[in-house]
Design a protein around this ligand. Structure first.
Ligand code: NIG
Ligand code: FE
Length: 406
């Protein structure tokens, strides 16, 4: 017997196929032991509903879609940087604030001063806000320590939050986030520490699912980034990259060369870089929150991504500087309005493609039998509405790893 079964649902499975959104009308969805046991037309159910499941529920025509996934966040941090936002509103540039010791450096100082419990207490309400939107899975980066103890504390906090909240947390080590001279005395020595000490130790502790770096004029060069990636490879870890956000540093091609799960931002990515990404299966993670809040004027080359066959995910980039986001769903209409994504691409971007960007597509991201039961019920007329309403969308019911909250 299944644990629960929805009848009379409209399913946006987000499976790739002939129809948009992978729609199934008059659908049913059954769940057993945390997994999707059945998804398809009600007429194809292998028996009478009452014989199939303990708990049979009418969906009354509500839409069921994969639970959203936030595949790029820096959501564990201490403090905030609203004063910098005010400075930027008055004309200051993100890079200049960064070079003057603010920006990432300011959050590093606050995060170094915070205990593990303080980091957890600060991040919990941010994660709860995402969870209220139905989010099942969140990628959380370190990168506000820039020293072993704090990087480790951030990753431990992320893991503990996942367990406490019943959320799937994917951790990413971003020791190569920045190296401001005020905080990192010797950049070359710091890189050696990342490669020879931090990655081996944090990986062996099971705290790292992937390794990221910020390849940019104000952070690490492509050569330095490659060193970090070599170390990740040596420890069997997949990589991803903050690439070509402020300038074209060849980040897209570099990510592709290392078979990265994703390359993120990409406002300045070149056509060759995108072609290499398509070939390597590296997903482009688009971050409209950072674009908006930095008042960027050059959107990522979405038309070129489509042309080259690059998969596109969408994420919040939740962080205290460039994207103080408390919502993932808000990024859908922003991705459509600012970057020209279609509503279907935007929804796929926080479901199927976000799962792919985390290497989790076999586990979640679409409604398919055998996958983790991660879905939401929406009281809407069509799934395109999820890319249309600007803020404050709440599902009627949420199921995360089989735990139904309705
Ligand atoms: O994804 N680009 C680097 N990292 C973050 C910003 C972090 C911060 O400003 O604190 C980003 O935009
Ligand atoms: Fe980021």
């Amino acid at each position: 017997m299944w644990d629960h079964l929805w009848l009379g649902a409209r399913l946006a499975t987000m499976r790739e196929g002939p129809g948009p959104y992978g729609v199934i009308i008059d659908g049913a969805l059954g769940v057993k032991d945390g997994r999707i046991a059945f998804v398809g037309p009600e007429a194809d159910l292998p028996g009478r509903p009452a014989d199939l499941a303990h708990d049979v529920r009418p969906a009354h025509g509500a839409w069921v879609a994969p639970a959203p996934i936030d595949c790029h966040t820096h959501i564990v941090f201490a403090g905030e940087r609203a004063a910098e936002f005010e400075m930027r509103a008055a004309g200051a540039r993100y890079e200049d604030i960064h070079r003057a010791g603010g920006g990432i450096g300011a959050t590093v100082r606050a995060t170094r001063a915070a205990s593990e419990n303080e980091l957890i207490d600060a991040a919990r309400p941010r994660l709860r806000a995402l969870m209220a939107e139905g989010v099942s899975t969140v990628e959380i980066k370190s990168g506000y320590g820039l020293e072993f103890a704090t990087e480790r504390r951030m990753l431990r906090a992320a893991r503990r939050l996942g367990r406490e909240l019943g959320l799937r947390v994917h951790t990413t080590f971003l020791g190569a986030h920045a190296a401001p001279p005020s905080l990192v005395k010797d950049k070359a020595a710091y890189l050696t520490e990342i490669v020879e000490e931090m990655i081996p130790a944090l990986a062996s502790e099971g705290l790292v699912d992937a390794v990221d770096a910020f390849c940019e004029s104000i952070a690490f060069t492509p050569e330095e980034t490659a060193r970090v990636f070599e170390a990740a490879r040596k420890h069997g870890l997949r990589v991803k990259l903050h690439a070509d956000q402020i300038s074209d540093r060849g980040g897209a091609a570099l990510a592709a060369k290392f078979g990265a799960l994703s390359a993120d931002h990409l406002e300045h990515a070149s056509a060759d870089g995108l072609a290499a990404m398509a070939k390597a299966g590296t997903v482009a993670v688009l971050l409209p929150g950072a674009y908006l809040m930095l008042r960027d004027t050059r959107p990522p080359p979405v038309a070129l991504m489509r042309e080259k066959g690059v998969r596109m995910a969408v994420a919040s980039d939740a962080n205290p500087g460039s994207s103080p986001a408390r919502s993932l769903l808000l990024m859908l209409p922003l991705a459509c309005a600012l970057f020209g994504l279609t509503p279907e691409e935007a929804l796929a971007g926080v479901t199927r493609e976000a799962a792919r960007a985390l290497g989790l597509l076999d586990e979640t991201g679409t409604l398919e039998a055998g996958k983790s039961a991660d879905y939401c019920l929406w009281d809407i007329g069509h799934p395109r509405e999820l890319s249309y309403w600007l803020g404050n969308m709440r599902p009627q019911a949420i199921c995360r790893m089989g735990q139904l909250d309705a």
